[in-house]
Write a protein that binds this ligand. Sequence first.
Ligand code: SF4
Length: 462
Amino acid sequence: MPEITILTMPGLKEVRTPTRTGRRYFVRTFGCQMNEHDSERIAGLLEADGMIRTDTPDDADLIVLNTCTIRENADTKLYGYLGSLKRAKTENPDLKIAVGGCSAQKERDLIQERAGWVDVVFGTHNVHRVVDLLDHADEWGPITEIWDETRSVGDIPSGLPVHRETEHSAWVTVTVGCNNSCTFCIVPIVRGPEISRRPGDIVREIESLAAEGVTEVTLLGQNVNSYGRDLDLNGRSPLFADLLRRVGSVEGIERIRYTSPHPKDFREDVAVAMAETPAVCEQIHFPLQSGSDRILAAMHRGYTGKRFLEKLEMMRSIVPNLAASTDVIVGFPGETEADFAATLEVMEAARFDNAFMFQFSPRPGTPAAEMGDPVPSDTVQERFDRLVELQNGITYEQNRAQVGRVEEVMVEGPSKRDESVVTSRTRGNRIVHISGQWPAGSLLRVRVTRAAPHYLEGELSS
Ligand code: SF4
């Protein structure tokens, strides 16, 4: 059996013989892009150990749940799913079940307490150890391993095998953790303080992705605008703007996106780097959360509605055709009708192309969960509906303004609804459906012919 080499830490190589050759694994991911990317790494490690992916849990020898705890219903879904796996485990005692991600990091022993049939519980910092932990469970029985000691840049595993969901597109982690203290957010608790990867490590990873045929990368961090503050490279901290320029010079990378920036830390140099680096897409996800200064202060966001709009305006004046999206929370504790009206006002002024809108759900362990003064659920629902209606109108209007434009699009694959049509994305991240067949990753020039509320249609442009 061939040996495989896994780089679990910068400079630390582990040589092992695959021990699970031919066995099947199934990974289910809850939550954000960070979790999706961790799942790709988990899949890569399992495949390096000889396992084969299956798309259904029914014929899996191993089921991995990569969990999220951002919203209440994510926890409910997790325990519901774990409940359904109890029977599968009774029928097939050889089935292994592993639970990782943010819920595992936060709830530690609770998962094994509530679902004793789980074999491995691992934290957000232990992804690279998943195969070792499975070995342990094979030999000794269930194990929980959450690593929460102080970490440093050397603790971010680089070079792990990855099973990417698409061949042309990849996520690349630039920071892990977060130094902010948004009162609704559990991330700093479950992912720890912010640590930046060294620019050289990031660029080397992207060069090897480009050599494998990847043409689009999305740089991932909880707050990319504070990237590099914890690094000291010859007496200077690298900036995110520098990183964008360096990644933009990697041959073969046609598109660079990043998520998420933080409005309080976003500075002009990043907008200038976007405008001056051809591969960086004219797109920004700029999370507003609320338009009320009072609620923004209670959320610890570090900006006002006015300052937010000024920054957005600054970006739009520097980056031509910038497409912008946002996140908004409705019904934060103590939100009054006047606070909500301020949110509507900022949304009206910002004219986002798209928005992810959420109803507040208290996360145990966060300051917001202790604030009291909840907004009645029917009021939250009514405000949420008004916000969605406003944003849907703006999105449709922005889409209609695209009709007649010629855009570069990247093909993602056949449309889920109609196989004679491909789904593609503009540099501004708008979805365009085009009749015809092209391989995923193809770059086409298309004329936008029709706007629907949430997508565009186009045809090839000569
Ligand atoms: S910036 Fe705020 S919302 Fe984003 S991860 Fe950090 S604490 Fe959470």
